[in-house]
Design a protein around this ligand. Structure first.
Ligand SMILES: [Zn+2]
Length: 289
């Protein structure tokens, strides 16, 4: 992905090395713990049982904040995240009013380490990146990108960009009122039906990520050879991008089962090929081939 000289977003909140809530600094637990937590999640368990506060070894010494600027590779990644977020702002501020008549408002993106407090509750790194409709913020622990590359075998900068674009896709759903509509169904339909709606919500976020890529490419020509494959690999690999704990009555889209790899790739591709929001009604249309 070409990003040289691109604008960086001002809407990134850097909370790395801080702890979101009670109890002071949490010593991250390290990559090993995260892997175990992910495994627990894939096997159907609750990774929070593994990633409880104070259970981790390693990380910054208690009471001392990690200094985020000590690691040049990580700072490069932070810059990249800011550029990608700015790219999503540019595309959606232009396309959302143009295609739907609705104004776009920029979400914030919070970088955190270990655990974070949001309007959706306390969440740990094991949940993966997520969007909280309650405060309209995207939350990412950069450690997730190591997982994406190593554990999920989906490396590459455009894979990383896709992850952000997917979460921003949930923000677009919030603005369009789709999140509330699905939330209103909770308790009124069967658990199976509600789970199905949640999957369709996820697939639509993939579709919106594709719509972003379409218009970003049109306006900025940011794609390099292999980029789309990177995103598709990521869409396929991290089917379960989050298990956000939900509170306060909000739907948290990533709390539920995601679609299959095939479905996710298909909807991302359709968004990329059409760039047309109206073709992304994942709730009432069949999956593209
Ligand atoms: Zn999602």
């Amino acid at each position: 992905m070409r990003t040289e000289g691109d604008r960086e977003s001002d809407n990134v909140e850097d909370q790395r090395g801080m702890m979101g809530g009670r109890g002071g600094l949490v010593a991250g637990g390290g990559v090993g713990t995260i892997i175990i937590a992910l495994l627990v999640y894939f096997l159907g368990g609750d990774p929070r049982a593994v990633l409880q506060p104070n259970s981790g070894g390693g990380g910054a010494p208690s009471g001392q904040l990690a200094n985020p600027s000590n690691n040049p590779a990580e700072e490069k990644l932070v810059k990249f995240v800011k550029v990608v977020l700015a790219d999503t702002e540019d595309v959606w501020r232009d396309q959302l009013p143009r295609q739907t008549g609705k104004q776009y408002r920029n979400p914030h993106l919070v970088l955190f380490t270990g655990r974070v407090q949001s309007a959706c509750g306390m969440t740990s790194t094991a949940s993966g990146p997520f969007y909280c409709p309650g405060d309209e913020k995207v939350y990412i622990d950069l450690a997730f990108y190591n997982e994406l590359s190593r554990r999920f075998k989906a490396p590459g900068d455009f894979a990383e960009a896709y992850v952000i674009a997917h979460e921003v896709g949930h923000h677009v759903q919030k603005i369009l009122g789709i999140t509330d509509k699905i939330d209103a169904q909770r308790g009124r339909v069967s658990k199976e039906q509600y789970n199905r709606l949640s999957v369709r919500l996820e697939l639509q976020a993939d579709f919106f990520a594709g719509v972003w890529a379409h218009h970003g490419q049109k306006g900025k020509h940011f794609l390099e050879p292999g980029d789309l494959e990177e995103a598709i690999r990521a869409a396929s690999a991290v089917g379960d991008d989050s298990i956000q704990k939900q509170t306060q009555g909000y739907v948290v889209p990533d709390s539920f089962t995601h679609g299959t790899s095939r479905q996710r790739m298909a909807w991302f591709k359709k968004g990329y090929e059409t760039g047309d929001i109206s073709q992304g009604d994942t709730f009432n249309s069949n999956d593209p081939n």
